[in-house]
Write a protein that binds this ligand. Structure first.
Ligand SMILES: NC(=O)c1ccc[n+]([C@@H]2O[C@H](COP(=O)([O-])OP(=O)(O)OC[C@H]3O[C@@H](n4cnc5c(N)ncnc54)[C@H](OP(=O)(O)O)[C@@H]3O)[C@@H](O)[C@H]2O)c1
Length: 237
């Protein structure tokens, strides 16, 4: 029960999760899009890792990945990747296309992957699903309506995944981290980063590796640990 499919596993939070699980002896099939060098380094170091290059914004690439998932026969799915931006523009200025484009390149592939994994998990009568969402769901920053709405869609969906599958030994939980200065924010104005971090109640900022404990809990917290939404955010009370 230790085969993991992890989307976006060679950078940022996903990479930290991949390394944590590989160190613990899990077998990890992880995707990457641009971070090839990092993917190759992980593969070279861990014989139980397998990198899969895919661009989830190209629908035709999904078929190949679905086949790879079926061949791999995972026990665990971690939905981590996000293609897009955290802060964009105000809702009233957002181009109509952005709503559908971001939904199609983030949510639709995640739904397909999750459907495929649930079918496999149901046959095994075991499965763990973890969704990486965001603590900005709680208090959205200005300009994050599309990002937060996509995360909210997955949060709502994850409740159905938890309800429909727990009888089959499958749990589904979500983790919402606070701001972490990964590549995801590489185009963000430095002053904006400082503003976000200065509003944080403790000096140490959250780091990608801090997600591991919550991942471990979702994987090994038992079959009653289901349908939870965990905040990793010291300012969430
Ligand atoms: N950083 C934060 O402050 C923060 C806070 C809360 C939640 N999160 C969430 O954490 C998750 C990981 O983000 P991160 O901060 O670790 O940033 P990141 O390093 O930029 O991770 C994004 C991941 O998505 C992959 N990806 C992007 N576009 C893709 C596409 N079209 N097709 C396939 N893969 C694609 C990237 O792959 P490549 O690198 O290979 O291109 C990368 O692995 C996201 O869901 C994000 O919403 C982040």
């Amino acid at each position: 029960m230790n085969k993991v499919v992890l989307t976006g596993g060679s950078s940022g939070i996903g990479k930290a999760i991949a390394l944590f699980l590989l160190e613990k002896g899990y077998e990890v099939l992880f995707t990457y899009r641009h971070s090839q060098e990092s993917a190759q380094e992980i593969e070279a170091k861990y014989s139980k890792s397998k990198a899969f290059q895919i661009d989830f914004s190209i629908p035709s690439e999904m078929e190949r990945f679905s086949e790879a998932i079926a061949d791999f026969s995972p026990d665990i799915l971690i939905n981590n990747y996000y293609n897009g931006t955290f802060i964009d523009t105000y809702f009233h200025k957002t181009e109509a296309e952005k709503f559908s484009n971001d939904f199609n390149s983030n949510i639709v592939p995640t739904l397909h992957i999750t459907q495929g994994c649930i079918s496999i998990f149901r046959k095994k009568k075991f499965g763990r699903i973890i969704n990486i969402l965001s603590s900005s769901l709680n208090a959205p920053a200005l300009g994050t309506s599309v990002y937060n709405a996509n995360k909210a869609y997955l949060l709502q969906m994850s409740k159905s995944w938890a309800a429909e599958n727990v009888k089959f030994g499958i749990t589904c939980n979500s983790i919402s981290p606070a701001f972490i200065p990964t590549d995801f924010h590489k185009d963000m104005d430095e002053r904006m980063k400082e503003t976000i971090l200065s509003g944080y109640p403790i000096k140490e900022e959250l780091e990608s590796k801090d997600i591991s404990g919550a991942v471990d809990l979702c994987l090994n917290g038992g079959k009653h640990f289901n349908g939870n939404h965990i905040f990793l955010d010291a300012s969430h009370y």
